[in-house]
Design a binder for this molecule. Structure first.
Ligand code: SAH
Length: 232
């Protein structure tokens, strides 16, 4: 468990019981989920595919991918979040295999086992994001897809993701995010390239505080995703 920050895990564990409350601290994840799910599915056609969701938390994305017919494994290092995910699965009847294991350890155990790897809103919480990207590359089959998302690091993301979300709009608890750990698209693209993956598309996810609506667009100033492929 070397590439994990216990304080970060504890933060998510403390809130985990509210994971599936759409009006809780996890509201943003509920609201962006349909957008990222469609984006992933449009690229990778996930029905029938083996998918691993790294840092799955309470399972919002994992369950939604399983509902689209993917065979989903969800991994996280918060036991509480995984417990909540397991309970929610019983309620919703959606099949997801949840495991408490580090990405690097799963990669050593099951190299090349997955058609699709997703790792969303998690890289900005780990000490060594490049190591997670490497694990993604190890986990994915030749020709498979890796989808990553995180927060950009610039004055605007400080204003929106920290000041706006945590202090003005109270969308997130204070100190949910550490701005210094945010990752610029060029930095993430470098991790992707160094891992041996090809970046296929970079997509921004923006929040309009007036309409309270999220949209996918080219603007990667705050939240963004990268679709990557391993060569066939
Ligand atoms: N990916 C989910 C949850 C994002 S919240 C979604 O987008 O809906 C971030 C999650 O990352 C939390 O569940 C937290 O426990 C997990 N996490 C943080 N550090 C981690 C690490 N080093 N390894 C695995 N999971 C981690």
């Amino acid at each position: 468990m070397s590439n994990a920050d216990q304080l970060e895990i504890d933060k998510f564990s403390a809130l985990a019981h509210r994971w599936w409350d759409p009006n809780s601290e996890f509201k943003p994840l509920h609201e962006i989920n349909p957008l990222r799910l469609d984006w992933i599915d449009n690229h990778a056609r996930i029905a029938g595919k083996a998918v691993v969701d790294i840092g799955c938390g309470g399972g919002i994305l994992a369950e939604s991918m399983a509902q689209r017919g993917a065979r989903v494994t969800g991994i996280d290092l918060s036991e509480k979040a995984l417990k909540v995910a397991g309970l929610h699965k019983l309620e919703s009847g959606v099949a997801v295999d949840y495991r408490h294991i580090a990405a690097e350890d799963l990669a050593a155990e099951q190299p090349g086992a997955y058609d699709v790897v997703t790792c969303m809103e998690m890289l900005e919480h780990v000490p060594d994001p490049a190591s997670i990207v490497n694990a993604c590359r190890q986990l994915v089959k030749p020709g498979g897809w890796v989808f990553l998302s995180t927060l950009n690091r610039n004055p605007k993301s400080y204003l929106f993701a920290i000041i706006g979300a945590e202090y003005i709009l109270n969308m997130l608890p204070k100190s949910t995010h550490d701005w210094a750990k945010f990752i610029k698209p060029a930095e993430l693209a470098r991790h992707v390239r160094n891992a041996g993956l090809d970046a296929v598309e970079v997509m921004g996810m923006t929040y309009n505080p007036f309409t309270k609506v999220y949209t996918l667009e080219q603007d990667t100033d705050v939240n963004y995703m990268i679709a990557c492929r391993r060569e066939a």
